[in-house]
Structures are given as C-alpha cells and as structure tokens.
Design a protein around this ligand. Sequence first.
Ligand SMILES: Nc1nc2c(c(=O)[nH]1)N[C@H]1C(S)=C(S)[C@@H](COP(=O)(O)O)O[C@H]1N2
Ligand SMILES: [Mo]
Length: 224
Amino acid sequence: MQNKADRLKAARVPERPELDAERQRRLPPGQTLTESFPILHEGRVPEYDLATWDLRIFGEVEEERTFTFTELQELPVTRTVSDIHCVTRWSKFDTPWEGVRFSDLMKEIGVKPGAEYVMIHADPDYETNLKLADLLKDDVLLAWSYDGKPLTAKHGWPLRLVVPEFYFWKSAKWIRGIEFMKQDRPGYWESNGFHNTADPFKEQRFSSDEYYMPEDEWKYMEAD
Ligand SMILES: Nc1nc2c(c(=O)[nH]1)N[C@H]1C(S)=C(S)[C@@H](COP(=O)(O)O)O[C@H]1N2
Ligand SMILES: [Mo]
C-alpha cells in the first residue's frame, strides 16, 4: 500500500474558498470545505446481524469484556457537533453525531497501569492506533447515529469511532474491537506512509515530507 502514498506525491496547493474569519480559523491548512459527505474506505461494506454483532475490549485490561449493541446503547447517550477533516483534503463543518463517549465506555473497563495506547480494530481488516489520553476527550464518540438518523452502512453502521481532532482515517468505521496496549503500534494507514498522530492543524498527513496530497483526490470519490 506504500503505492498509495507514492501516488499522492507532487501536486498543486489547494485554493481556499472565500470564508469569514471564524471559518478560516476552523479550516486546517490545505483543506477544502464540502457540503457533501464523501465515502472512503478500503474493501467492501460489511453486513451485520445486530443479534450477533459485538464489541470486544481486550489487551491490557483487568478483565476482557464484550458489549452487545443493546448494552452499548444503555450507556449514557451523548450528542456532539464536530468539524471533520480527511487527509484527502475535504473538511466538513458541524457534523452531528450520537453515541456513547469513549470516556463513558471507559468507566465500565479496568485498564491496567501503563496501558497508554489503543488499537481500534474494525472490519474489514482495518486498524488504527491512538493514544488513550486523546480518546478520553469529550468530543470522542462511539457513534451509531449521524444527523439524527442511524448510521448508513457505508458510513459505518452499526458503530464507528469519531475522533474529530485527527484526520478522519483515525475515525474507524465498523469497529469491532478496542485493544489496550503498553506500547504504541502503527495501524493500517500508519504503517503505509501516513502520519502516526495525524493532527490536521499541524498538517501531519504523511510519515515523510516526500509525499503530497493532490487537491482533487477526494473529488473522485463517492459521496452522499
Ligand atoms: N473500517 C474502516 N474504517 C475507516 C476506513 C476504512 O478503510 N475502513 N477509512 C477511513 C478513512 S481514510 C476515512 S477518510 C473515513 C471516511 O469516513 P466516511 O466514509 O464516513 O466519510 O473512514 C475511515 N474509517
Ligand atoms: Mo481518509
């Protein structure tokens, strides 16, 4: 998959649209605003039977746990409105999500001392790594709803992560497992030329300065 990062080398700097000062501030460098909701993922959209779907919590925990969808929905429900930023240069403001805060799920879990890193496991065969401290922020959700409706299959039904602080590849769709770790380990894109942290305001797109993201990459993708 190194090719993907290779392919994205060398292109023009995107033009920023006319925006008021507040929106300028909210739009990270090199991003373009979109009203559509692009759809991006590797592989096929998975299908699930909610009766057998579960979320597994494992790794550096006192006790392994699995949650059914119903059990997750019984936890405190939170609604957020967040700006999201994809590394392919689209950003979308004010996206409304509903789900359970990662920090509220954590109240149900005993994490072992020193487990400062998390690997999110998702279908089909997707992983992304984050620091536990970053997942505990108030706007980090395990979401089952977008814009007042259940997530669509393509956007991650029944459950996706939403971590607005980082490029959107960290917001894994179709999540099935949360693994706590003492040491960091790169996920799928993080091992394939993309940045380990992925802060859009620092433009942490790639693991190497040789790479560049074309301005129109996302315009060829499906959206709704
Ligand atoms: N399971 C899974 N989650 C994923 C991906 C993926 O390939 N598989 N792609 C990521 C990327 S690169 C982006 S930009 C967002 C896109 O989410 P969206 O399709 O809802 O816009 O999903 C992220 N979550
Ligand atoms: Mo992405």
